[in-house]
Design a protein around this ligand. Sequence first.
Ligand code: NAD
Ligand code: DAU
Length: 350
Amino acid sequence: MKKTIIITGGAGFIGSHVVRRFLNNYPTYLIVNVDKLTYAGNLENLKDVADHPNYRFERADIVDAEAVRAIFQKYEVTDVIHLAAESHVDRSIEGPMDFVMTNVVGTVNLLQAAKDAWKGTEGHVFHHVSTDEVYGSLGDEGLFTEHTSYDPRSPYSASKASSDHFVMAFYHTYGLPIKMSNCSNNYGSHHFPEKLIPLMIHNIQHKKPLPVYGKGDNIRDWLWVEDHASAIDAIFHTGRIGESYNVGGLNEWTNIELVRFLCQLMDQKLGRPTGESEELITYVTDRAGHDKRYAIDASKLKEELGWTPSITFEEGLSKTVDWYLENQDWVEQVTSGAYQDYYETMYNKR
Ligand code: NAD
Ligand code: DAU
């Protein structure tokens, strides 16, 4: 079947994996990557598919409603997979307004454009990619299900929760054919090195301090990014309209356990004495309002669509470390310029 799919945020971490997967797996689809190229978006992430005959790139800000409408008209868009967002919690604490603009206003612009373009026609999908952070923070027990009440606690998660509500409102009010997914923490190649895992890999490699927030006892549930892309593929194609699906790999780690594990793995890979990198661990001031624990119940996705993660965390982390060690140029490129100022400011504050 022919489709023309806008993938927003395709130059970012997860978006680049989704673009690549769709180009490789669906030769009858035209994929239009719509991305503003913020500090987090980098066309290097897609250089292997840049010349693919079914790939187009449109540099656009989704906050610009006219630009969004023009892209819908130019390509006669049939479907949307929406990933563009401001994605980093620490940045949202420093300045929430970019998160309101992109994550809320940008999402509503896309919803409006899709509603108008698809009026009176059928067979479309608007897939909104969201996060488990909308559910808030768990105690020691329990998992987030699709029925867990929303309880966002950071400016980032508040903006994503708001966008989720608008997506559902467009389904209920206008019958827009939406699907939604709420995923746990991703890791893998092309992950911007402000986030925990790529930051730690970079700092271990260069023998810099490893900043662990608070006591390091916060828990995250980690999923390999290519398994998230496969879940988006399954939900986009076979998920039910009007439904949300939780995505996660039942893989909880405290931050400090994870950082220690990475240190041991990298000591081996770099031929360092065991325990050398752990000496770099530095406990720093905690993140404001730091959510204690995230953990996903993905049984709906497994039972309805047969999705399961493809690799273990140990395998995925080993591949990820290898990718960063082999792609030092990429790290240097994306961390130059504006990012460097941010990193220095954030780090010197602690
Ligand atoms: P990212 O920060 O790596 O990439 C975001 C992309 O969006 C970048 O390419 C950026 O240039 C683009 N973008 C930002 N603002 C834009 C705008 N106004 N107009 C057009 N493009 C814009 O993010 P990511 O980690 O790949 O996350 C992608 C999506 O998945 C987000 O919606 C995020 O909330 C969600 N998510 C992320 C994770 C995770 O662990 N990273 C987990 C669950 C859900
Ligand atoms: O759960 C999904 C979410 O996961 C996504 O929606 C977000 O876009 C994504 O950024 C991620 O959010 P987190 O805040 O969980 O990820 P981050 O990598 O920033 O932090 C992971 C944990 O590590 C968190 O408990 C904070 C801690 N941390 C983070 C950094 C950057 C540290 O201890 N030190 C650090 O330097």
